[in-house]
Write a protein that binds this ligand. Sequence first.
Ligand code: NFS
Ligand code: SF4
Length: 665
Amino acid sequence: MVKSIGCDKCNEITGASTIDLLNQDLAKQVRTAYDRLEDRGMSACLFGSGGTCCRICNMGPCQIIDGVDTMLGICGATADTVTARNFARIIAAGTAAHTDHAREMVRGLIATAKGETPHEIKDVEKLHRMAEFFGIATEGRDRNEIALELGEKALAEFGQQDGTLTMLKRAPRKQQEIWKKLGVEPRGIDREVVEMMHRTHMGVDQDYRNIMLQGVRCSLADGWGASMLSTELTDIMFGTPVPKRAIVDLGCLKEDHVNITVHGHEPLLAESLCMAAEDEDMLELARKAGARGINLAGVCCTGNEILMRRGIPVAGSFIQQEMVLATGAVEAMVVDVQCVMQSVAQVVKEMHTDIITTNYRAKMPDAVHIPFDEHDALQSAKAILRHAIGNFKKRGNHYIPRDKKFDVVVGFSHETINYMLGGRFRASYRPLNDNIINGRIRGVGAIVGCEHFKYADDVHFKIATELIKNNVLVLATGCAASALGRRGLMRPEAAAEYAGPGLAEVCETVGMPPVLHVGSCVDNSRLLIALTEMVNEGGLGEDISELPACGTAPLYMSEKAVAIGQYFVSSGAHVIFQNLPVQGSKKFSEFLFKGMKDLYGATWDVEEDPVKLAQKMIRAIDEKREALGINKKQDRILFDMAMRRQIEGQALPGMGCGGAGEPHV
Ligand code: NFS
Ligand code: SF4
């Protein structure tokens, strides 16, 4: 059983609901990833973690040692080739996951436009904006007609063979020219994944630089292709997030309600469950079972999706998925695809809880399978709810950590950031750029990606507090965002408690937290757009590589995080991870950590220690400020009352409504 998930100070700060829960007898009977980590007892294989284990043909597996002639692959492959091939395959797998998710969302939009789902086109303004990018006429046309044409054109980009992807046009012009010159513009989304797999098959591409040209192209097909389509089309269907209050952490489960957690990634399932949970028949069924209602809560990124759009609480992030179940208070965990640990079905073996798989692509032994059909979404969702409600009466021993839930303010889409700082009537990134230029805000730091069990739970917190203390505004997505919310950094008051004076002043004036929740992992595409808007606004250089911005996915677990990191580097943003499986090749590491800069204007970097990692990010930001000539020490201009009033008058539409974000069903 885990003894601690972070330093004592952080546990104190958060009240660490996980520790609280794990000290309960019920949870002590559950075997978690921490136990399995301890059981395994062995340290990671050096070849695997350094990237030099090759098993792509049956003459291997071959473990390569860089620079040792007798330790080449049987085919003669060098450490550089093997490491690059493995790294590129990680990018391809991550891109494939985002791509398949995106495809489902596009198909969902098409079905919705045809009236085949219970959903409707919610964000017409965004629909028109996207239609314009795709050259679709909007004048005098019905929203469903436009959405159908948009969906079909977007779907065609998955199978497209030649040309370029439409969304690339949104990137800063200079960046587009770089991609064109290097020949790395993606031609079609699926094509780049397939070509990546082909080129890394035995005996094809054996030049690490050439392999990574395709690695870059594949990553761009993710960031500016699949992920961006997914975010934008999901917004069109379910609404673009605006700021709202909500709660995160295990304490959002309710004693007297049927607790249903939804875990995975594709919001079609989660949104349909939200709709079904409001249905009077379902509520009546819950009451008949003795519950006061139905309490939906999210886990992982599907949790982030419904948190951002509906203010539904997040019960847990990736590392908490077993803990959510160990409460014994969950009637069902409904899952679709990605980041669902096989252990969840074992955790609930002796409990009344069911794991309900819903997707034909993702089944699991010992789980109940109830297919979710988007064409019959409401009925499918109701069948799932009925099953969960049926479990309520069987709930036995349980423990819900009580006072350990945190209020957060979430919903910072790039559109929100736009009008939040610029005001509803002159929405623009100008004030953000101005505050960066005048030094109140030093720069922008993105903290994204996963969590995993080999590191303490406070890594994100340490990085974020170091950044905001130094006036770096933090934008967060994915499980990193949940972790930061859980540790209290997404409350507006966190600005006064943790941020440096310049950032605190801006946050307090606008009423925003110093760490902004931007969404799920596919929503990292929102960050690409935010960075591009900053470039377009002027005063901070001509492309993303000149901006005082830096990204990290410190606790990366999933292949998706590497695809994301690569599409940021490919787009000119500097990215630092705690580690990457490439250290087994000196040349390939040097290429990622130095050489890429000459091509894309940005590189990867690694730093194990969280505080040092944050300081590296700050140094990277300062270098950009220096190059832009805005790093001069200047007298800080404090906001006078008139300036305050002007900003306050425009700040945060949508805030203050929605109560304390109590689950609304
Ligand atoms: Ni991102 Fe989300 Fe979490 Fe990592 Fe998994 S849920 S899509 S991959 S673990 S952040
Ligand atoms: Fe070994 Fe070469 Fe086969 Fe890889 S491709 S397993 S290095 S023989």
